[in-house]
Write a protein that binds this ligand. Structure first.
Ligand SMILES: C[S@@+](CC[C@H](N)C(=O)[O-])C[C@H]1O[C@@H](n2cnc3c(N)ncnc32)[C@H](O)[C@@H]1O
Length: 375
């Protein structure tokens, strides 16, 4: 097992270096010092074919024949489902949403490289998860420079145990990472391994001027991008999106509310639209649409023999149902106080008129008026 493990570990490092996610010697040393399987001793879940539109997950337990290979595969491994269920709880498949995972190592290392840390930097991590990325930070900077916050007490306790097993003792906080860690501020770097809809003001306040915040900014239409912001003397922060279509589970307080009872989708005004619902299937275009209607959720319904893409804002009750008439003709029916598809059309039109810039050309700023993303 030791030889296998060492070989698998080295192969993973080699692949990350060849792939360009692991780019510098200090992070190569850190990656070599942290065995990922130590953070997955509780097992993980593997995706299996499930009912339409849902993923099913089956447990892989430590000691199962392919457990170790999975630990060193460059894949995200789900470690908790529905906020409480862990691999040892079940034997067969389950179809609920993942709530904690070990992120794929190449993304973890890419982000740590993108964080541009230097010796002596104090780092705040949001989303300890298994503790794997926390361990990499400890190996790179030293335990005393690392604070990590995990929302879920059980997940946090498992991470603490795994880190302790490797004799790593960073500051571990259990709580809502969106509030940051005022006690340890100011930080040189803040990194989030859960997604956010908006970069919290607390992170900006707790980062020293010139410091960096690295976080995945996403939303309820399911598109997200990695953003890196520099904090300024005046207490604002600005930066750009780094691209690559990075996707993380949203921070728990940022997850969407239940859809509940749908509004009456017959009771609306119908018209033709030049922007078809197919734009929502493109990651970049969907990101733009999400900026226009940040509180909308999407569902797909089969109605009257056709497929309708429906956006619903459960707070306001606004909705839009978009469907194809064939031959490139699209219709939209909208109801509620805010015409959601009008907003999507407007923002999408502006983006197209600007030449549909790539997300790497987008800028992001956070200030007293909140967050703004544009191009
Ligand atoms: C993708 S996992 C983290 C992966 C982890 N860094 C690793 O290497 O294993 C995201 C984690 O963020 C946690 N999380 C979600 N919302 C949070 C919040 N508001 N504050 C702190 N942690 C949060 C989840 O419980 C989950 O464990």
């Amino acid at each position: 097992m030791t030889t296998d493990q060492a070989q698998l570990h080295q192969q993973l490092i080699d692949r990350m270096m060849i792939g360009g996610s692991l780019r510098t010697e200090p992070w190569r040393r850190a990656a070599a010092a942290v065995p990922r399987h130590e953070f997955l001793r509780g097992g993980y879940f593997r995706r299996v074919a499930g009912p339409q539109f849902h993923s099913a997950w089956e447990p892989v337990h430590a000691g199962d024949p392919d457990w170790l290979d999975g630990c060193y595969a460059d894949e995200s491994l789900v470690t908790q489902i529905a906020g409480t269920i862990v691999p040892e709880d079940i034997r067969g498949p389950i179809t609920r949403e993942p709530t904690s995972s070990s992120t794929l190592p190449s993304l973890v290392l890419r982000m740590l490289e993108d964080l541009q840390v230097e010796d002596g930097h104090k780092v705040l991590e949001i989303g300890t998860g298994t503790g794997y990325s926390t361990a990499l930070l400890c190996a790179r900077l030293g335990d005393e420079f690392v604070t990590s916050i995990e929302y879920d007490p059980w997940v946090a306790s498992q991470a603490r145990a795994a880190l302790g097993h490797l004799e790593m003792y960073p500051t571990l906080v259990t709580g809502d990472g969106l509030l940051g860690d005022g006690a340890g501020a100011p930080y040189d770097r803040v990194i989030a391994t859960c997604g956010v809809r908006t970069v919290p003001a607390a992170w900006v306040e707790q980062t020293r001027p010139g410091g960096l915040i690295l976080a995945t900014v996403g939303g309820w239409l399911g598109s997200s991008e990695l953003a890196r912001l520099t904090v300024h003397q005046d207490g604002t922060a600005s930066g750009s999106l780094l691209g690559g279509g990075v996707n993380f589970m949203l921070a728990r307080p940022h997850t969407p509310p239940p859809l509940g009872l749908l509004p009456d989708l017959e009771d609306g005004k119908e018209r033709e639209t030049a922007v078809g619902a197919d734009v929502l299937n493109n990651w970049g275009a969907r990101f733009v649409a999400q900026l226009a209607v940040p509180n909308a959720q999407r569902l797909t319904l089969e109605r009257d023999g056709r497929t309708e893409d429906v956006l619903v804002d459960v707070d306001t009750g606004s909705w839009a149902a978009v469907y194809s008439e064939g031959g490139g003709r699209w219709l939209v029916r909208q109801g509620g106080p805010e015409p959601l598809w009008d907003a999507v059309e407007e923002r999408f039109g502006q983006w197209c008129a600007a030449g549909a810039p790539a997300v790497e050309e987008f800028t992001i700023s956070v200030g007293p008026e909140g967050q703004s993303i544009g191009w």
